[in-house]
Design a protein around this ligand. Structure first.
Ligand code: SF4
Length: 463
């Protein structure tokens, strides 16, 4: 790909403290550092953006488009955008372009089927022991590739007190949930009392061990990470915060201070990044981001493949690009600077880790691996290993109704996982007969026999 004719190195570089575009130079520090002032003075109109940036025709069309995804940018973040270089990675994340309007094959409104996997509005229960709890549709600024653009930014879609109550009731009545991730929108733009109230209710549920907050506020609005907020959050430990970062330029001294305050409050910090064409789809850029995150005590957690969501088509990359980036990280830098690259499986399959292959070959007793340099070695496995022999406390065994998956196959719960309708398809409409009536012939000896029991019950139902 040739370099864009207007691309500059300058637009990629990290900036000094207290950047302010000309229009805000005279704003008193007290206002500038007040998160409510920042929220109130966000930019959203064509004219405000045209005064700030030399807009390209593509950007003009995107900004003026009817029905486009919500646009709001805090003065703080707007001051980080390069006014002359449309390839500025921060500018590309928040300024609409005409490409945003282009539909693409396989795009969806809700590509992760979150709303389909919600027992109550805003509560997505996809994995066995944890849930996603959407608590607001509002954000400090809006990312053009937002995976929840179907609701995010729309005040009409915001969650009502009775919906919070339904979410909390579901959690109280579902003891298998031990981890709740608050997200949205951005939970850290909620009114402080509302956020504190939700955290108090969650902490009162005995089986909820961990609360997490997913946020981009430290990046768009570091002024919100006040000492008061940190003191409040600290009361709800164990509480973890995962911050959405996409480019090293997002890490300003103000952001570093905000993360420092959260870390000092004892909050473990992680990051998640979306792999985005033209923003961070380069091994050098992504490596720099991971290094800058570790310096501010944020542990890189996930890189996401961009979802199949309307509006994000022009940001999508190949999966090979993500694997190339992980290849450039693993072994070349500290393990804790290497996140897991995942595809969030369309249709609600959840996060699937993908990455380079390190096992070259295997034979009984030997596994051949390669390292990041291409060094290939065989690891000789023990001949007398027979598995663990400790007595595991039964109360530690967690039940995962219907979701034991491949781990369940390894444990011997069943011999196969079949797609819905598998047996019916293979019966080809035939009637039970003398050769297929006896389900015992398919009972695997020595296994838990759910498959056999299932076959037996299906035969008796037909017969
Ligand atoms: S901060 Fe998160 S929820 Fe808000 S617009 Fe960006 S990606 Fe969407």
């Amino acid at each position: 790909m040739p370099i864009h004719p207007l691309a500059t190195v300058k637009s990629q570089l990290q900036l000094e403290r207290n950047q302010r575009a000309a229009r805000w130079r005279d704003v008193p520090d007290q206002d500038w550092n007040d998160w409510k002032w920042q929220m109130k003075n966000r930019l959203s109109s064509y004219q405000e953006l045209a005064d700030l940036l030399h807009l390209t025709p593509d950007e003009e069309e995107g900004i003026r488009a009817e029905g486009r995804f919500r646009l709001d940018i805090t003065p703080y973040f707007a001051s980080l955008l390069d006014p002359d270089d449309p390839t500025c990675p921060l500018r590309r994340q928040v300024i609409p372009t005409a490409q945003e309007l282009q539909p693409f094959t396989a795009e969806m409104e809700d590509s992760l089927a979150e709303d389909r996997h919600s027992p109550v509005p805003g509560l997505v229960h996809r994995y066995p022991d944890r849930v996603l709890m959407l608590v607001t549709t509002q954000c400090a600024s809006y990312c053009r590739y937002c995976t929840r653009s179907r609701i995010v930014g729309d005040p009409e879609q915001n969650f009502r007190p009775e919906e919070y109550r339904a979410q909390l009731d579901y959690l109280r009545n579902t003891p298998q949930v031990r981890d709740v991730l608050l997200s949205g929108g951005d939970p850290l733009v909620l009114a402080p009392k509302v956020l504190e109230g939700l955290l108090t209710e969650l902490r009162a549920i005995p089986h909820i061990e961990v609360i997490r907050i997913g946020t981009r506020v430290p990046v768009f609005l570091p002024q919100r990470i006040t000492q008061d907020l940190c003191d409040m959050l600290e009361r709800f430990h164990p509480l973890w915060v995962n911050i959405h970062f996409n480019h090293p330029k997002e890490i300003t001294p103000e952001v570093a201070d905000a993360c420092g305050r959260l870390a000092k409050a004892g909050i473990p910090l992680g990051s998640q990044s979306v792999l985005l064409a033209g923003i961070n789809d380069h091994p050098v850029v992504m490596t720099k981001l991971m290094h800058e995150l570790v310096k501010i005590r944020v542990r890189p957690y996930y890189i996401y493949q961009c979802d199949l969501v309307h509006g994000a088509g022009h940001f999508r990359t190949t999966v090979a690009k993500g694997i190339e980036i992980i290849e450039a990280l693993r072994g070349h830098t500290s393990g804790y600077a290497v996140p897991t690259y995942v595809i969030d499986a369309p249709g609600g399959g959840g996060k699937v880790p993908v990455g380079p292959q390190y096992i070259i070959s295997q034979a009984p007793g030997t596994t051949v691996v390669r390292n990041f340099e291409g060094y290939i070695a065989s690891y000789l496995e023990p001949e007398d290993y027979r598995g663990p022999d400790m007595a595991v406390p039964p109360q530690w065994v967690r039940t995962e109704p219907g979701q034991s998956g491949v781990s369940g196959l390894l444990r011997g719960d069943a011999l196969a996982i079949a797609p819905e309708g598998f047996d019916g398809t293979h019966q080809r409409g035939g009637r039970p007969h003398r050769l297929n009536r006896d389900a015992k012939k398919w009972a695997p000896k020595g296994f838990g026999t759910p498959l056999a029991e299932q076959a037996e019950s299906e035969t008796s139902q037909q017969g």
